[in-house]
Ligand binder design. Sequence first.
Ligand SMILES: [Zn+2]
Length: 333
Amino acid sequence: MNRRILLILILIIALGISGCSPAKEIVEEQIQEPEENKEPEEVQPIKPVISVVTTLFPQFDFARSIGGEYIDVTLLLPPGIEAHSFEPTPQDIVKLLKADLLLYTGELMEPWIINIILNLENENVMVIDLSKNIQLIEMEEDDNDHSHTRSHDDGELDPHYWTNPNMAIIMVDTIVEAFVSIDPDNSNVYFSNGEMLKNDLVTLDQDIREVLSKTESDTIISGGHFAFGYFAKEYNLKHLSPYKGFSPNAEPSPQSITSLINTVREKKVNAIFYEELIDPKVGRTIVEETGVELLLLHGAHNLSKDEIESGITYIEIMYQNLENLKLGLGYNE
Ligand SMILES: [Zn+2]
């Protein structure tokens, strides 16, 4: 190859490259252009109006149903954390200070709230006690023969009202009222979403009544701390548990476990129930001794990480509980 041809070749290549680049840019611009033109036509996501922080899962779930895109809701409890032993961190307090609304269960469930309320006094945060329109009931003495050992707990109020769907309906009304007072412009959305949720809760209540009218047993035997006092009262169920009070860290006495094992044998029960997010060691002991089934009765205080990611709702959890109650209490269709 002589020098002249080589020079021409280099020139052609150089021209080719430089000639190509602008052409490519034009092509890219032409591809991008329609996208840029499209953007203003796309449906813009609604910017959340209300920033909500909730303590437990039920109000988190109800708030997201009622508020939809109009709210930005945070569950204060980290996934998998047992609710009764939860204490907010300084970061949680910062989260609360930035919120428009804090929805909590009640001072019985969240005793730490009293200090938070004092701290929030001069802030622009609306703090709502969801038990404010609910008639709290005393923790019922169970029918087990160890009940004399729990005398010092007499008069203790039960914080778990949300396990009764009819109390959940009252919670929904309270949440709708709070949203409407903060954001009256979107009150129609909150009212109509609230009505839909309440209709589903009414259906849930009817389905529970229907199932429990066809079960052989009316006694829930729980190996853990019992969160279904309001549920049991609503649907005329009895319950037995070796635990007293609601501290999940409290250990039941060996006598009360033995007594419960005897009851399980005498009454020929199918299953005993355990609660979410706590190792059911007492339940396992009873199961090992008696051979009955161990079934989950999910109190919905909080969810595991997997449950959160699955998007499960309060109502779905209650239907799962109903399936386990069918198994545990002996359902005859
Ligand atoms: Zn509890």
